[in-house]
Design a protein around this ligand. Structure first.
Ligand code: C5P
Length: 297
């Protein structure tokens, strides 16, 4: 009997590198970014609705529950294109902070595509879903793959990479603060962007480390940059204070996506736990890790 119910996790991501190459004629920015799936995310439960209705219920009141919700948009698009007449009830439990640079909405949408593909037994390949993903948002396609991957174009062209070495990850953001991605892109400081070479160098190093047990995080960290960080800090100056605080604790924070979340990587969980305890009353903090994936041999 095919399943009529399923639960699926929609993980968060961080950007290990993010470089802007140029502004395109369609208004988007051509970029290269290495994205990393985290072992932390939203939960989606799905149940087939034999009457053919599509409905989304979310535990978080500020999320648009109607057709503006990216998860519901994904379901409607899949239904229209591949499954007319099929219905489902989607229950979304939010854990990923919103508009925080962690890809929450995009990950929910990708989880809906993957989950309904299974629930409705559509047998679509990742490439078919990728087509729909690109129409929903620049970050959605990454979550069809997960793991560690290079995203190019406006973010929708994905190349899986060797897994980033397992790390503990501390996420820190000002409580209740969001940053609008379009606004951060509009505020981009062209004089502060890097030369577009860090991502390629980072990937070369990642490939060298793929079969090695001795990982030098400091060497990888040298190549981790985010061209959106100066714009995000200009829009939300308290990010400067947060970055300084983290640096004073001996940590090396980097902004994820268009922010306002900073992340810190370490193999030493105690170091991150200490920072978590120190910061938890003043900031929104999450202690997690990179998602463990078994590498294909
Ligand atoms: O694709 P998505 O809807 O996530 O993008 C949100 C906004 O972010 C876009 O409307 C655009 O203003 C900006 N953006 C961009 N270049 C990208 C991705 C996003 O300018 N590569």
């Amino acid at each position: 009997m095919p399943a009529t119910k399923l639960n699926i996790q929609a993980p968060a991501k961080i950007n290990l590198t993010l470089e802007i190459l140029y502004r395109r004629n369609d208004g988007f920015h051509q970029l290269e970014t290495v994205m990393q799936e985290l072992d932390f995310g939203d939960m989606l439960s799905m149940e087939e609705d034999p009457r053919g209705n599509l409905q989304l219920i979310c535990d978080y009141p500020l999320i648009p529950a109607g057709k503006d919700n990216l998860a519901l948009k994904a379901a409607l698009l899949l239904q229209e294109r591949y499954a007319p007449g099929r219905g489902a009830r989607l229950i979304l439990i939010k854990k990923i902070p919103m508009a925080a640079g962690l890809g929450g909405g995009s990950s929910d949408a990708a989880a809906v595509l993957k989950g309904l593909n299974e629930l409705w037994q559509l047998k679509l390949q990742t490439e078919d879903l990728q087509d729909l993903a690109a129409g929903l948002g620049s970050d959605v396609a990454f979550f069809l793959y997960g793991g560690t991957a290079l995203a190019r174009g406006r973010g929708e062209l994905i190349e899986p990479l060797p897994a980033f070495p397992p790390m503990h990850v501390l996420l820190v953001l000002p409580q209740g603060k969001e940053l609008s991605t379009p606004l951060v892109y509009r505020t981009l400081m062209w004089d502060k962007i890097k030369n577009g070479q860090y991502t390629a160098a980072f990937i070369r190093l990642l490939e060298q480390y793929a079969h090695s047990k001795n990982v030098d995080l400091a060497e990888l960290r040298e190549l981790m940059v985010n061209d959106l960080e100066p714009a995000a800090v200009a829009l939300l100056p308290e990010l400067n204070l947060l970055k300084g605080t983290l640096q004073q604790m001996g940590l090396k924070p980097l902004l994820s996506g268009s922010g306002p979340t900073f992340f810190v990587l370490s193999q030493d969980v105690e170091k991150l736990r200490f920072a978590y305890e120190t910061l938890k009353t003043a900031y929104h903090v999450i202690l997690t890790s990179t998602a463990a994936r078994l590498e294909k041999s």
